[in-house]
Design a protein around this ligand. Structure first.
Ligand code: PLP
Length: 389
């Protein structure tokens, strides 16, 4: 609504670019605009220096070596790269993943399987959205070449036991990939402690710019080139480097360490306050995901007797922006595959709402949601022909 101040609670979809990130990027458009591959003059060398410094800063956030970080266009590309590398060049073409992965994992797998390039197994999750290391152990086949399990789920926030899962994979000699794009910048992550070989991340999920991400690939892990052309990214991902994007992503990584991650416990408290107040005010509302082992900024709810999309519409009229399921699937009326995998009944899954905060979200913002949402639900239930209270 024009004139209504916006309360943005959809930070799992994307985040506001931090003004400090934008300031860091700005010189790389008009002054320091050089091509990082042009090393015979200063403009190009400046760009290369900035690109490599950025790689180092991003690597530092992950506990990785700079030569283990490859810039991409985002987590979708990083995920596709990992799957394609296995399907096209590995002799072992079976992938184990989970039923609650993002479509950036599930869709390339489905496409490559349909065309005869790979096979995959989806591991189930429990009611809180957790993958069991035992299930992983049992699913391993002689031709399994990759395990890919996300770090935190984008719809329900549950964090997987990555260290245990990667140990199971490694015990069988299988590399382990994790899509960590919902966790980077929210919680401390260290690739060595996690025991992962490959990790996908995306700048716009932690106040960096859109259109840039990265893939961490442990030195020595098998990873074929993804884009063929020039020799950029150690000959593995051709194309003129997005220097401004890399600089912005690196600045966001620095701010994540000093500002966003330390704010996590405060966001977790605000999330608990929202849950307590809404669950007291709205009967027959359920919390999804693991209430303890989760990223601090996300609350997923299912409201009986009201469509998620309709609740979003009402909240939007009050200037409050939340989402229903994941941004990539909203617009489709299919219930979320994540909620269904957690055993949420189809009917209830239609009433899902995702509230996701950032370091910019305040207690006052939360109070406005706590005021508006029960009214929205009550109104929708009044109008419902099926709601029986
Ligand atoms: N993986 C997960 C878990 C996500 O939440 C998202 C974005 O919603 C993606 C991948 C895709 O990221 P990107 O927008 O950087 O391609």
């Amino acid at each position: 609504m024009e004139g209504t101040p916006i309360i943005y609670f959809d930070n799992a979809a994307t985040t506001r670019t931090d003004p400090e990130v934008l300031d860091a990027m700005r010189p790389f458009f008009c002054e320091k605009f050089g091509n990082a591959s042009s090393q015979y003059y200063d403009t190009g060398r400046q760009a290369r220096t900035a690109l490599e410094e950025s790689r180092g800063k991003l690597a530092a956030l992950l506990g990785a070596g700079a030569d283990e970080v490859f810039f991409t266009a985002g987590a979708t590309e990083s995920d596709n790269w990992v799957i394609q590398s296995l399907a096209l060049t590995d002799s072992k073409k079976h992938v184990i993943t989970s039923a609650i992965e993002h479509h950036a994992i599930l869709e390339p797998l489905a496409f490559l399987k349909k065309n005869g390039y790979c096979d995959f197994t989806l591991l189930p999750v429990d009611s809180l959205g957790r993958v069991s290391p035992d299930d992983l152990r049992k699913a391993i086949r002689p031709d399994t070449g990759l395990v890919s399990i996300m770090h935190a789920n984008n719809e329900i926030g549950t964090i997987q036991p990555i260290r245990e899962l990667s140990t199971v994979a490694h015990d069988a000699g299988i590399p382990f990939h994790t899509d960590a794009c919902q966790s980077v910048g929210k919680v401390e992550l260290d690739v060595v402690e996690l025991g992962v070989d490959l990790l996908s991340l995306s700048a716009h999920k932690f106040h960096g710019p859109k259109g840039i991400g990265a893939l961490y690939a442990r030195k020595g892990v098998r990873l074929t080139a993804f884009l063929h052309g020039g020799g950029q990214e150690s000959r593995r991902r051709a194309g003129t480097s997005n220097v401004a994007g890399a600089v912005g992503m690196a600045k966001a990584a620095e701010l994540a360490g000093s500002r966003y991650i330390p704010d996590g416990p405060r966001q977790a408290t605000v999330i608990e306050d929202i849950w307590k107040a809404l669950s007291a005010a709205i009967p027959k509302m359920h919390r999804n995901g693991d209430p303890v082992g989760r990223i601090p900024n996300l609350l997923s709810l299912c409201v009986e007797g009201a469509e998620g999309e309709a609740i979003l519409g009402y909240l939007d009229m009050s200037g409050i922006q939340v989402s229903s399921g994941s941004a990539c699937t909203s617009g489709s009326l299919e219930p979320s595959h994540v909620l269904l995998a957690c055993g949420v009944p189809v009917e209830r899954a239609h009433g899902s709402i995702r509230i996701s905060l950032s370091h910019e979200s305040t207690q006052e913002d939360a109070l406005k949601l706590i005021d508006a949402m029960p009214k929205a639900v009550a109104r929708l239930r009044e109008m419902s022909v099926t709601w029986k209270g």
